[in-house]
Design a protein around this ligand. Sequence first.
Ligand code: FAD
Ligand code: SIN
Length: 527
Amino acid sequence: MNRFDFLVLGSGSAGLSFALDVADHGTVGIITKKERAESNTNYAQGGIASVLDKTDSFEEHVHDTLVAGAGMCDPGVVEEIVRSGPDTIRRLITLGADFTRKDGSLHLVREGGHSQNRIIHAADMTGREIERVLLERAEAHPNVTILEHHFAMELITCHHLGEKVTRYSEDNQCFGAYVLNTDSGKVERMLSKVTLLATGGAGQVYLNTTNPEIATGDGVAMAYRAKARVSNMEFIQFHPTSLFHPEADSFLISEAVRGHGAILRNLAGEAFMQHYDERCELAPRDIVARAIDDQLKKRGEDFVYLDTTHLPEEKLKQDFPNIFARCLEFGLNMATDLIPIVPAAHYMCGGVWTNINGETTIKGLFAAGEVACTGIHGANRLASNSLLEAIVVARKAAQKAPEMVRKASFCEDIPEWDDSGTVNTEEWVLISHNRRELQQIMWDYVGIVRSDLRLKRAFRRTKMLHEEVESFYQRTKVSVPLCQLRNMIAVAYLIIRSAMLRKESRGLHFSTDYPHQNEVAEHHTIL
Ligand code: FAD
Ligand code: SIN
């Protein structure tokens, strides 16, 4: 199969939700680079935010989102996504999602920045439950084909018809994607009438990240190369609490643990959050992550502690079975031991610009989920708003897309992939070394606290990596590690350039050279 009415790149919450909704209107191909469940969605812990309690209101959820977003959210988009919350939860339950209940009602918890208990969850494995039901339903639909181990390399646009395309041109159109079948090693030309980019985030650009291996920013890089509008890439969210252990691979300790009363302490055992924000442990993530960073720098230490020892063991086991078990694997009992933690790159608030319906600046190309920048998160995402956004925007895109499919036809003039002049190479060390170097540069110079000097240094070094890898790419047969590295460098460039353009500190972007927020109206960074 190399043509689908709807081509979906990515099998996380956004891709699967869209696929399910459009499946009655035509053939759907879901392209996914590893096993079908492997996605950021699958690792989501805390939950999905929605107003369901009688004491809560849409106005409060909107207000909390706008406060976290530091003046950069699109209020109309926030309002629409927040108001779609209850329907989204009901639909997931109808599809079969088994969320945690208490006395028969959905159990609602709180996370940083929320003024109410409004996080619906499935213990501490909410993402796994959402991924499970969406996958099961998609697999059962006769119009849906899921192609695992298929890596989307490039979006096919007017450029591939030999037309000159300028950035954000209204005449550009997407006709599908070139996809590397990693089992056969062949690049396939996949034609579509509508394409959804749902490739998720880019945490792997940083040395320490809560994201799994798949999160290499492929979608943003492809869209940028295809000349789509990309926005607000400087706003990278660092989750305050990832497990600090040489073998833990930055395993996330959910914010919901702080929502249950866990306390942050420095190595002297002192609670410190009250010195930074009156909301203490439940301040928004940017504030908590910066406070931890400040403690580490001032005290010259490598980690701080998350203290849950005052919370009842049974409750910890019941509410956080996955986190409790994982900590035990590393010899840490949450009921008796302090848990060493550090911040880690977690979420990309910027991305491919879309409207509320997921439409990008390229015709026939939608984007939804973490790859997209709809305007809900602004300069800082409120916890548990992302699964909500991914599903709501994917659903809205699915309402628009069938009409486009009815009017479109496949573009038969698209050439097959041309790999003439390229050779196989054994120089894999170049890729792994450059990947590591890029991650280190981003961690050291483009992290929680930035400065002009650090950003300039990161820019120069990333440019060198770009030149080296681009020339390697031009003469080498394509492979997933090489394409991912190329995409990660492109994403790093977008983050650094955007950070350099912002001459203030706002939300997740903090610069020691411009420590204050500008009073003049905020601007969006557009590349
Ligand atoms: P993903 O779920 O990441 O799916 C992307 C898909 O695209 C994957 O299938 C991937 O393999 C595929 N893909 C990527 N590139 C390519 C390519 N080139 N070719 C083919 N396929 C490709 N958010 C919340 O709201 N609440 C939470 O509690 C929460 N907890 C989190 C905990 C962790 C540890 C992490 C990492 C994130 C968490 N988030 C949470 C964020 C949230 O999980 C993600 O933002 C959301 O799941 C993104 O969904 P998505 O569909 O956009 O992308
Ligand atoms: C968490 O459980 O802390 C993650 C929630 C989120 O990223 O929204």
